[in-house]
Design a protein around this ligand. Structure first.
Ligand SMILES: NC(=O)c1ccc[n+]([C@@H]2O[C@H](COP(=O)([O-])OP(=O)(O)OC[C@H]3O[C@@H](n4cnc5c(N)ncnc54)[C@H](OP(=O)(O)O)[C@@H]3O)[C@@H](O)[C@H]2O)c1
Length: 245
């Protein structure tokens, strides 16, 4: 029998990350579960089994990532690192609190940058490193800043890293549409083609086992926004202006 996969999920305490943990644990993987909420991580690990490990991490704090990396490195190479951690605070640009915006940049963009530096040495040759973008990063829609800008940055970062680590590490980009988690529960608008975290986890696990750089779902939403992003501005911007209430 092959050794079980060793997977580090960052942002595993809730939402899509927790659903990924349940799915991979069910498939026999050995997980390292990270986020800031240690109690939630311990409850998840207890439900999944004693072979899984909890390491508290704040991705905005480089020292906490470095400390986790030292523990992980001492136990041998990983097969995959899946970085799902992010913050979201919906609203128009004018209504955004600058402190909250700074925190979102620190967690979503700088956190991804820290992971991009810390993760590669922890992976076996050919191991997988996945970042989480969003359909919100494809095009600047109303009500989505500064989260959407950070997600566009994460997409760009993953593209650069894919080239820089080509042949050594399998860098991937996950681009979900709307998923029913605490993150989207803050939205007060209708969210088309919403899926459950379990459906999202199935799409991600299936996609990561295939060869495409980007795993995006549900296609009925992501394909539409992708189309918007390749239209000339004279066609796309009047469409998005109509979304402003
Ligand atoms: N839900 C959607 O519709 C949707 C759509 C597109 C993309 N996404 C992306 O999917 C990913 C997961 O989102 P979700 O919907 O599952 O949200 P969620 O339920 O809020 O989960 C986010 C996870 O990130 C962790 N986290 C937040 N800040 C962190 C930090 N500083 N350090 C470490 N961990 C941190 C949270 O745990 P703690 O609070 O315990 O730290 C939690 O485990 C995110 O990257 C999000 O941008 C979601």
């Amino acid at each position: 029998m092959p050794d079980p996969e060793r997977i580090w999920i960052i942002g595993a305490s809730d939402g899509i990350g927790a659903a990924l943990a349940r799915r991979w644990a069910g498939a026999g993987a050995r997980l390292i579960l990270s986020a800031r909420s240690e109690d939630a991580l311990r409850a998840l690990a207890a439900a999944l089994g004693p072979e899984h490990q909890v390491l508290r991490v704040d991705v905005a704090d480089r020292a906490s990532l470095d400390a986790a990396a030292r523990v992980i490195a001492s136990r041998g190479p990983l097969d995959r690192i899946i970085h799902m951690a992010a913050l979201y605070d919906p609203g128009s640009v004018a209504a955004l609190d600058p402190e909250s915006a700074m925190r979102i940049v620190a967690v979503n963009l700088m956190g991804s940058f820290h992971v991009a530096q810390v993760a590669p040495p922890l992976l076996r040759e050919g191991g997988q490193l996945a970042f989480c973008g969003s359909v919100a990063g494809y095009f600047g829609l109303p009500q989505g800043q500064i989260y959407s800008a950070t997600k566009a940055g994460v997409m760009n970062l993953a593209q650069s890293l894919r080239a820089e680590l080509s042949g050594r590490i399998d860098v991937r980009l996950i681009s979900p549409g709307f998923v029913d988690t605490r993150l989207t529960r803050r939205n007060d608008f209708r969210m088309p083609a919403m899926v459950t975290p379990e459906v999202a986890a199935r799409a991600i696990v299936t996609g990561l086992d295939r060869r495409m750089f980007e795993i995006h779902f549900p296609r009925r939403l992501t394909s539409f926004v992708k189309l918007l992003s390749i239209l000339p501005y004279w066609a796309s911007l009047p469409l998005t202006a109509r979304l402003v209430r």
